[in-house]
Design a protein around this ligand. Structure first.
Ligand code: ADP
Ligand code: MG
Length: 555
């Protein structure tokens, strides 16, 4: 990249002009699917044109070096901030036209199917880059892949706020912490239960053997209530102590017992009634000592499995003053929110944590009102997070996809193969993620399914028929028959041999499904070296350390 741009700081320029851009976006987004009316309003046109000239100049400037993708003429067609340019579609005989996805139509979901190496991540990077420019709230949750790694320097370059949570490697203060027990105590308990139950149902980890979800729910509520009484947020270490130290448990619940050590009363004031009843009448009332020990042991084993790696406990237990991930807030403001939970050394831990974060995300989305700040969420390699190994979580998540539109969340999913998705998620995507991008290189059943997904058409075919009359006989007959036949809109040939970086795009426009068109996707620019280097220490601490050592010894 041209070093000149370092001095120009293009992000600042673009940001400034995009503010106006964005205000218009809010206005249009508020009017919902009736976007055409707003777009046709001459007042909005004038406003958009003014913004566009300014933005166009800045954007054209930035793009000279990165690819002549957004020329001013096409920029003038941007009626809808939050709209993204997917790429260009060829027009016969020669020529091409830009293909856009407006934000209102992206609220109906985008899905992308492509085998490994067919530029899924690059395409998402391009779309997310434009979302960052339009000042949407961009959310990336990943357990695999390098989308986040690519977006961090881009967001930094554009001068946008970055909220980054990871548990692996980067706990040197660069990343935020996340407290899964923060917020409303009943919600905290619910998301813990869903995450743990899903992990218990899907995995065959030994430590889930004696796990009991009712016990977990009431433990979380008790610990959160205790934190409340002390005027702070409960943290994972409290829950850990609650299950491992009987003395602490009694303190948290305010347990008193009679002289014979037979009858217990639970005195904690701010426990919800059902929770208090559970502790007093079930746990300390009905259950014998052996059952109690077993419940405690079950949760203890899970916590032990989860917190065995010290860095997990560090990442989940923020100290006072440390920055903490707050999704509700993140969804309501521009910038990049990245949650990266790589599978790495402990896949069970990663699965539990990613499910937990997804639950958190789900709650945050469902809590949004209509007309909330527009969000664009990317789930790259979604099968690694919500695949067969985590089908319970996938089930919980699929219901969210249907509800995202009214809550102004544009989901984009990418996955490698249909067979990798559990059927509830697959069906939910099939009906709800209506903008579809299919790459070349899909094989066998995936190719068949993709062709089905791209739709069919009726075509007229002709049959020719010639009859002969014997060897030396007179003239035969010749007839032409016509009939209609259903044909796939995209043939296997057209699908399989599509080059990398190209997509068959079947999109929705103003609520109507469009015929698939081949599109060559754009590519995000590479931020200048200084912006990339700023993240090297975060993303690859070992490499950065080696470099620093080399410099020391060299200098
Ligand atoms: N439009 C494109 N044309 C050609 N090559 C591309 C294009 N987009 C990406 N690539 C290259 O393809 C490779 C794989 O891209 P990536 O986005 O990581 O694929 P995936 O996420 O599907 O595995 C990368 O080396 C990238 O540079
Ligand atoms: Mg990828």
């Amino acid at each position: 990249m041209n070093p000149l741009f370092l001095g120009v700081a293009p992000g600042v320029l673009v940001r400034e002009s995009n503010d106006r851009f964005y205000d218009l976006g809010v206005k249009i987004a508020e009017s919902g699917p009736e976007i055409s009316a707003a777009a046709q309003d001459p007042a909005n046109w004038a406003l958009a044109a003014a913004g566009l000239c300014a933005a166009g100049a800045a954007v054209a400037g930035t793009h000279v070096a990165s690819g002549p993708l957004l020329d001013l003429g096409h920029r003038a067609l941007f009626r809808d901030p939050g709209e993204v340019l997917v790429g260009h579609s060829p027009v016969r005989p020669i020529g091409r036209r830009p293909v856009y996805l407006p934000i209102s139509d992206r609220f109906t979901g985008v899905q992308m199917v492509a085998p490994m190496g067919q530029a899924k991540t690059s395409a998402f990077e391009w779309l997310a880059y434009q979302d960052l420019l339009s000042r949407l709230s961009v959310v990336v949750i990943e357990t695999e892949g390098d989308l986040g790694k690519k977006l961090l320097p881009l967001a930094f370059w554009l001068g946008l706020p970055i909220r980054y949570f990871t548990y692996a490697g980067a706990n040197d203060g660069a990343a935020m912490k996340w407290n899964p027990l923060a917020g409303d105590k009943v919600e905290a308990a619910e998301r813990a239960v869903t995450a743990f139950v899903s992990a218990a149902a899907s995995g065959d980890e030994q430590f889930f053997k004696d796990f009991n979800s009712v016990f977990l729910r009431h433990s979380v509520i008790a610990v959160c209530a205790h934190g409340e009484r002390e005027g702070r947020q409960a943290i994972m270490s409290d829950l850990d102590r609650f299950v491992s130290v009987e003395h602490f448990r009694r303190k948290v619940l305010g347990v008193e017992r009679d002289a014979a050590d037979k009858r217990f009363t639970v005195n904690a004031k701010n426990l919800p009634r059902r929770s208090r009843d559970y502790w007093q009448y079930k746990y300390y009332g009905e259950f014998g000592k052996r059952e109690r020990t077993q419940f405690v042991l079950g949760l203890h084993n899970v916590m032990d499995g989860l917190l065995a790696q010290e860095m997990v406990e560090t990442a989940l237990a923020p100290k006072p003053g440390e920055p903490v991930l707050d999704l509700a807030e993140a969804l309501d403001s521009p910038g990049l929110t990245l949650v990266s939970i790589p599978q790495g050394a402990a896949p069970a831990t990663s699965r539990l944590l990613s499910t937990w974060v997804m639950e958190y995300f789900r709650q945050a989305v469902l809590a949004r009102g209509e007309g909330a700040y527009p969000v664009s969420a990317y789930l790259d390699e979604v099968h690694s997070m919500l695949g067969h190994a985590n089908s319970e979580a996938a089930l919980a998540f699929s219901s969210l996809v249907t509800q995202s539109r009214r809550r102004q969340v544009a989901f984009s999913f990418a996955y490698q193969s249909f067979s990798l998705l559990p059927s509830p998620l697959k069906e939910s995507l099939a009906t709800n993620a209506r903008n579809k991008l299919v790459s070349g290189g899909l094989q066998g059943e995936d190719a068949e399914e993709a062709i089905r997904m791209l739709g069919q058409t009726e075509e007229e075919v002709r049959d020719y028929r010639r009859t002969m009359k014997g060897l030396l006989g007179g003239p035969g007959t010749f007839s032409v028959g016509r009939r209609r036949q259903t044909m796939p809109r995209v043939s296997e040939e057209e699908l399989v041999y599509l080059p990398r970086g190209w997509w068959h795009l079947s999109r929705v426009r103003r609520g109507r499904q469009q015929r698939p068109v081949p599109v060559k996707a754009g590519r995000a620019p590479t931020p200048p070296a200084a912006y990339r280097e700023a993240f090297e220490a975060v993303l690859d601490p070992e490499a950065a350390g080696r470099e620093a050592d080399a410099k020391e010894t060299g200098g």
